[in-house]
Design a protein around this ligand. Structure first.
Ligand SMILES: [Zn+2]
Length: 251
C-alpha cells in the first residue's frame, strides 16, 4: 500500500473523514535472524491491513523508537523517551491543524508505549483531539490460538515465533531462518518492575522460540490482530464522530 499521497488527495481524504493511521516502529535488535526494522515492518503491515477495514489512510511510518533497553546489542539506534513524545505530539498537532477527525497510532515497540500514551493525553488536554494508541490488541490470545512454541512470559514477544512469523509473511527476504535460535531468559525476581537491559537477560536478544515460525502462521496472526484492532478503532470512532465544522484554526 502506497503512502505517496498528493497534497489535494490527502486533504480530501481527511476532510471526508478517513482516519489517519500512523505506524510507529523502532530500529532495535531482533536476534541474529530478523532485521533491526522488525517492529516497523510489523506495525506498517498491521496498519496497511486496517486501512481498508476502517476507512483509514496510511501515513509514512516513524522508523525509530525508544529502545534504549537494547543498547547492549550492536546496531540498535534508539530515540529518547522525550523525542518519541515530541515526534508524536508534533504529528498530532499537524493532523489537528489539517482537519483530521482523529489519529490512530499503530505502535510496534514496547518502549514507545509510555511516551505515546503521554502524547495522546497531551493532545486530549490541549484541544480534545482524539488519539488512539494500539499496542497489538489481542496479541496474547492470537498467539495462544496459533503459536506452537512456549511464550517467554510477561506478554513479551521479541524475535520469537510470533514476530518471526509475521515478518516471514510480509517481508520473507528480510528473514534468515538458518540463524534462528531459541532462548528463554530466566527473569530476575524483580522483573519487570525493575528495569533490565535486554543484554542482561540473554545472549541472543531472542525471547522465545523463532524456529516454530512460518509465513502461514504470520498471515493468521495478522488476520487476528487486524480483527481485534478494527473492533477497537470502530468503538473509538463511534465515541468520536467526525466534527464537520471545518474549523482548522483551533490548536
Ligand atoms: Zn519487536
Amino acid at each position: 500500500m502506497s503512502t505517496h499521497h498528493s497534497s489535494p488527495d490527502l486533504g480530501a481524504l481527511l476532510a471526508a473523514g478517513s482516519v489517519p493511521l500512523l505506524p510507529f516502529g523502532a530500529f532495535e535488535q531482533h536476534g541474529p535472524h530478523l532485521p533491526l526494522s522488525t517492529d516497523t515492518i510489523m506495525a506498517r503491515a498491521l496498519a496497511e491491513r486496517l486501512c481498508p477495514v476502517v476507512d483509514g489512510v496510511l501515513l509514512p511510518a516513524v522508523e525509530y523508537g525508544q529502545t534504549t533497553g537494547n543498547d547492549g546489542f550492536p546496531g540498535t539506534l534508539s530515540l529518547s523517551f522525550d523525542t518519541v513524545r515530541a515526534i508524536a505530539g508534533d504529528l498530532i498537532s499537524a493532523l489537528h491543524r489539517q482537519g483530521a477527525r482523529a489519529l490512530v497510532i499503530v505502535n510496534g515497540d514496547f518502549g514507545n508505549r509510555a511516551p505515546l500514551a503521554l502524547a495522546a493525553r497531551d493532545a486530549k488536554e490541549r484541544n480534545g483531539f482524539p488519539v488512539l494508541v494500539l499496542n497489538y490488541p489481542g496479541m496474547t490470545e492470537a498467539f495462544a490460538a496459533i503459536g506452537t512454541s512456549r511464550p517467554a512470559g510477561f506478554g513479551l514477544h521479541h524475535a520469537d515465533e510470533l514476530e518471526t512469523s509475521i515478518v516471514l509473511a510480509v517481508a520473507p527476504e528480510a528473514v534468515d531462518m538458518s540463524r534462528a535460535v531459541a532462548e528463554y531468559p530466566v527473569f530476575p525476581p524483580d522483573f519487570p518492575d525493575a528495569e533490565y537491559g535486554m543484554a542482561e537477560l540473554g545472549a541472543t536478544g531472542v525471547f522465545g522460540d523463532p524456529t516454530h515460525a512460518t509465513a502461514e502462521k504470520g498471515e493468521a496472526l495478522l488476520d487476528a490482530l487486524t480483527a481485534a484492532a478494527a473492533r477497537l478503532i470502530g468503538d473509538f470512532l463511534r465515541l468520536h464522530p467526525q466534527d464537520r465544522t471545518g474549523d482548522r484554526t483551533r490548536d
